[in-house]
Design a protein around this ligand. Structure first.
Ligand code: ATP
Length: 347
C-alpha cells in the first residue's frame, strides 16, 4: 500500500452490465492522473467508487494506506478526505460564494471556517468574489468556486469529472492551466476523468486509458504516444495512419513501405499504425520511391501537417519540420520510420 489513492482489482456491474472489469491503479500525493477513454467505458463509475458515492462490489479502495471500501466495508464519502468537482458545478444558487465554499465546513468554528474559505478563494484567485452569488459569475468562475469548495477542507485526494467540458475553448484553456498549478502547489493526489486525449496530454503526469471497463494502458503521455501496447491505445491517443496488411516471410507490405517483422507467424492479419511523424518526406530520386502528391500543408507552429495523396491510392498525414513545408513539388517520396510504426495482430 502507499500514500495517495489506490484501487485494486475493482469490478462492478449494473444489473447484467459489467462496467468495470478488474481495474487497478494508484495515484501518489502531488500526482495528477487522467482516466481517459470513450463515453461509457466506466470512468465515472471508477471515480464514484473511489469517492464512496457507489457501493463497492469487488476489489478494494484505499486512501493513504487506509482501506475505505471493500465488499462489506464502507467509509462514508465525507470521512474519506476526498474533494470532488463535477462538470455541472452544482453550486447552491441561493447561497453566496462564501456560504457555498463553507457548506462542507460546518464542524469548524466561525473563525476557522472564514479563514478556510478565504484561503480557498485565494488559491483559485477569486478573493474578490466572497459575497457574490453564483448567477453573477461566468461559467469559468463558477467552476473555480466549485474547485475552491472542494479544496477548502484540505482533501488528500481530488476527484475531477470532466470539470472543464461545459466551458468555451478560451476559458477551458485558462482554467485547465490554473487548476493544474493549484493542484500541484497543494500536493494533492488527483484523478481527473476526461474523454479528450488532448486534455489528458495537457494535464496528466500519467494517463490510464480505459475501454469497455478495462485498463488498456497505464503510463506517461510519452509511453502512450511512443509505445502503445495495443491498437486501441495507438489509435485513441494521438493520430495514426492505419493500414490492414498480412505478414509474408517476415515482411509486412503497406502502401507506404515495408515493415520487417520476425515475431508474427506467416499469414497473420495485422494492422500497421504509423504516427504522422513516422512518415518522412523527401525529394523523389529514383524509380523505387513511394510517391505521393502534396494536397495541402497546414502550419502547426514548429511543425507542419502535410495532407498527402499516395500515387498508388489513399490519403495519409505526415508531420514534418516547418522548413520542409515549403516543399513545392507535385510528387514527393515518403519513407517509414520504424520507431513510429506499430504493428498489432487484427484479433
Ligand atoms: P461518460 O464519459 O459518457 O460519462 P463513462 O466512461 O464515465 O462515460 P460511466 O458513466 O462510468 O462511463 O458508465 C459506464 C456504463 O455504466 C454505461 O453503460 C452506463 O450506462 C452504465 N451506468 C452508469 N451508471 C449507472 C447506474 N447508476 N445504473 C445503471 N447503469 C449505469
Amino acid at each position: 500500500m502507499s500514500d495517495g489513492l489506490k484501487m485494486s482489482n475493482v469490478s462492478h456491474e449494473f444489473g447484467s452490465n459489467k462496467v468495470l472489469n478488474d481495474v487497478s491503479f494508484d495515484v501518489a500525493p502531488g500526482e495528477l492522473v487522467c482516466l481517459l477513454g470513450p463515453s461509457g467505458c466506466g470512468k465515472t463509475t471508477a471515480l464514484r467508487l473511489a469517492a464512496g458515492l457507489e457501493k463497492l462490489q469487488q476489489g478494494s479502495v484505499s486512501i493513504n494506506d487506509q482501506i475505505v471500501a471493500r465488499p462489506g466495508e464502507y467509509l462514508e464519502p465525507e470521512k474519506r478526505g476526498v474533494g470532488m468537482v463535477f462538470q455541472d458545478y452544482a453550486l447552491f444558487p441561493h447561497l453566496n460564494v462564501a456560504k457555498n465554499i463553507g457548506f462542507g465546513l460546518q464542524s469548524l468554528s466561525d473563525g476557522d471556517r472564514k479563514a478556510a474559505v478565504e484561503r480557498a478563494l485565494e488559491q483559485v484567485g477569486m478573493s474578490d468574489f466572497y459575497n457574490a452569488y453564483p448567477h453573477e459569475l461566468s461559467g469559468g468562475q463558477q467552476q473555480r468556486i466549485a474547485l475552491a469548495r472542494a479544496l477548502a477542507p484540505t482533501p488528500r485526494v481530488m476527484l475531477l469529472d470532466e470539470p472543464f467540458s461545459g466551458l468555451d475553448v478560451a476559458r477551458r484553456a485558462e482554467l485547465r492551466d490554473s487548476t493544474l498549478h493549484i493542484l500541484k502547489n497543494a500536493g494533492i493526489a488527483t484523478i481527473m476523468v476526461t474523454h479528450d486525449p488532448e486534455e489528458a496530454m495537457y494535464m496528466a503526469d500519467r494517463i490510464i486509458v480505459m475501454n469497455e471497463g478495462k485498463v488498456m494502458q497505464d503510463g506517461t503521455p510519452e509511453d502512450l504516444y511512443f509505445s502503445p501496447k495495443n491498437r486501441f491505445v495507438a489509435s485513441f491517443f494521438g493520430e495514426v495512419n492505419r493500414f490492414a496488411a498480412i505478414v509474408r516471410d517476415g515482411v509486412i507490405a503497406t502502401p507506404i513501405g515495408n515493415v520487417a517483422n520476425d515475431v508474427l507467424a506467416n499469414g497473420t492479419d495485422v494492422e500497421v499504425l504509423v504516427r504522422p511523424e513516422g512518415l518522412q518526406v523527401g525529394e523523389a530520386v529514383n524509380g523505387h520511391d513511394i510517391l505521393a502528391r502534396v494536397d495541402a500543408v497546414r502550419s502547426l507552429g514548429e511543425i507542419s501537417l502535410m495532407h498527402l495523396s499516395l500515387h498508388a491510392g489513399g490519403h495519409v498525414h505526415a508531420r514534418v519540420p516547418r522548413r520542409l513545408s515549403s516543399v513545392n513539388q507535385s510528387s514527393v517520396a515518403i519513407t517509414l520510420d520504424p520507431d513510429m510504426t506499430f504493428v498489432f495482430p487484427m484479433t
